[in-house]
Write a protein that binds this ligand. Structure first.
Ligand code: NDP
Length: 255
């Protein structure tokens, strides 16, 4: 019987996969047989993460480096990558940045960095890949959102605004690219313990808030994102596009 979720040998690029959620997502795709392209800001870090992933999973793994906030650098890295490895079947726009602080004190330079890393980057990287995907007539793009794409909170306003933008970028791209056989969806995680939010998971009050605010009463485990990602990257979701799928222990289902 055909495996609906088969992604064996699909070429998959996950941005920001040197560590954190991106690395876990890349590992999950590799474990399902995808040919992974690990991405980092620096070549050395990307190559080291690629070696780790290949050793962990036995999958075929390549590496690429570029700053996702620099449109020129993105294109200069992706064009030769496509020449070398072919057109990715799967693109996961995961690289991200969080900065916290009271709205009245927020530095405009920090606003720019957050919006560039979380939102503009998804446009730049998708735009570097989608014309070739369109020409081929197939592709899966998954933008990593957040519960903040739906529930903005105090002290995290630019991050929430950028992730709200990611959700609508997803809808718009999905509408534009469906005619070329490309599905674009957003995967929005709840709270997962990574470098990004280390200060939060080391804070007893925040842990108490997570338990109270999340119906599942806990943080997520990174592996719990993989099933939804594989679904969104496989033929099982060929008629699913422009959606924002929350993997958050129920957080966004309650107010
Ligand atoms: P981390 O801070 O642990 O990892 C971020 C990754 O993005 C790193 O690989 C980093 O590379 C890369 N990156 C950041 N800026 C750039 C840049 N300018 N150019 C290239 N690469 C860059 O974050 P998480 O793993 O926690 O987050 C991953 C994604 O998941 C983000 O989009 C985040 O918003 C989202 N998310 C995370 C949640 C969580 O609870 N952790 C919840 C909801 C969403 P480098 O090593 O070079 O810095």
């Amino acid at each position: 019987m055909k495996n609906l979720f088969d992604i064996q040998d699909r070429l998959a690029l996950v941005t920001g996969s040197t560590r954190g959620l991106g690395h876990a997502l890349a590992r999950g795709l590799a474990q399902q047989g995808a040919h992974m392209i690990v991405h980092g800001r620096r070549q050395e870090a990307a190559e080291e993460a690629a070696r780790t992933l290949a050793a962990e999973t036995g999958a075929k793994v390549d590496a690429v480096a570029f700053d996702v906030t620099d449109a020129g650098a993105v294109k200069a890295a992706i064009d030769p990558l496509i020449e070398r490895l072919g057109v990715p079947d799967i693109l996961v726009n995961n690289a991200g940045l969080q900065k916290r602080g009271p709205f009245n004190d927020f530095d405009p330079a920090d606003w720019d960095a957050v919006v560039a890393t979380n939102l503009s980057s998804a446009f730049y990287v998708s735009k570097a890949v989608s014309p070739a995907m369109s020409e081929r007539g197939s592709g899966k793009i998954v933008n990593i959102g957040s519960v903040q794409s739906k529930l903005a909170r105090e002290t995290i306003v630019p991050y929430a605004a950028s992730k709200g933008g990611v959700a609508l970028l997803t809808q718009g791209m999905a509408a534009d690219l469906a005619r070329y056989g490309i599905q674009v969806n957003c995967l929005s995680p709840g709270y997962f313990q990574t470098d990004m939010n280390q200060a939060l998971w080391q804070d007893a009050d925040f842990n108490a808030w997570i338990e109270k605010r999340t119906p599942a009463q806990r943080w997520g485990q990174v592996e719990e994102l993989v099933g939804t990602l594989v679904y969104l990257c496989s033929g099982a979701s060929d008629f699913v596009s422009g959606q924002n799928v929350f993997v958050d222990g129920g957080m966004t289902s309650v107010v």
